[in-house]
Design a protein around this ligand. Sequence first.
Ligand SMILES: [Zn+2]
Length: 400
Amino acid sequence: MKKISFWLLCSLTAAGTAMNSASAASTQDFAAKAQQLAQQHLLIDTHIDVPYRLVDHWEDVSKATAKGEFDYPRAKKGGLNAPFMSIYIPASKEKTGGGFQLANQLIDSVEAIVGRAPDKFAIAYHSSDLQKHFNEGKISLPLGMENGTPIEGKLENLQFFYDRGIRYITLAHSESNHIADSSYDLRRPHKGLSAFGEKVVAEMNRLGIMIDVSHISDDAFYKVLALTKAPVVASHSSLRALVPGFERNMDDKMIQALAKNGGVIQINFGSAFVVQRANQWGLMYKAAAKAAGKDQDDPAFKAEYLKKNPYPFANVETVLQHIDHVVKLVGIDYVGIGSDFDGVGDSLPDGLKDVSMYPNLIEGLLQRGYSEADIVKIMSGNTLRVWQQVEQIARQQQAG
Ligand SMILES: [Zn+2]
């Protein structure tokens, strides 16, 4: 919970010109303290798109890389200990097939990262691995699958991917699939979950795979909550309260239901998830490209459009507003970090451009009066709690 703001204390105790230097000194103190907390405590980020980034532009992320937002030196600098590697499967694979194949290739590519630098990285198969790797000075790479398409209608594939290390599955991505309806898709064939999707939820509970409710429709979300025996995560979502009408984010009622379930929403940093203007910029840009008969990815068209319509980037403050909103709504125990680094292109907030910059977020939390204990919950404690409970429930189910 929030304590009395530092600035209020400052205005009560300092006066005149002395206040400016006092504030400056304390800003430095917060920055130093934030660096210290980032290094001292576990920091989990539940969604980083490294594997898919490397499909088209391979780089050795165990060394400094020219592109992207994640590499080992920057992760170390930012105090990042456990980035969930997103095994991202494009929605198109639902129709074309090949989801199972691609998921395995992407998991192989994470194993290759570890194989190339076993002194720096290790795959995390169990929640307790995070602290163990931290103590060994290694970065944990747990695996999360974004899109249930690779399950391909076979429940036994859940066991298969569990054995390969997958510890959460986002049930759908940008289109409805054979498991769940998607928030981005106007077609909602299941009105939530399919009959197979209901079995997937039960089997994920039994195996100890976290259910990720990011991307799915509201109906699918409520259906999952009605069925699951374990808490769930929203691995990279933000709030509809601050970006009204954006269904990919969660509304307050959903956050309250999530808290009741004991789950966690990990806040997505992408500007379009965080500020309304950036979200609208994307819609206007798409409309302009369509009107001009251009492909959205046409670099010349985009450069020209950006000149006239600069992108309204979010910043550290606007990301903090999302964290604050969750904390005010349901308390400190239900919010974490799911940046979407390497997954949202050039739309990251000023001050949170890559994995070296988490301390800026922590500094903002300190300025807002969050205690160290509360900051640790946001950095890792809340997510760790969900993972541990999911493991425990799976053990109970398998024993019984
Ligand atoms: Zn996503």
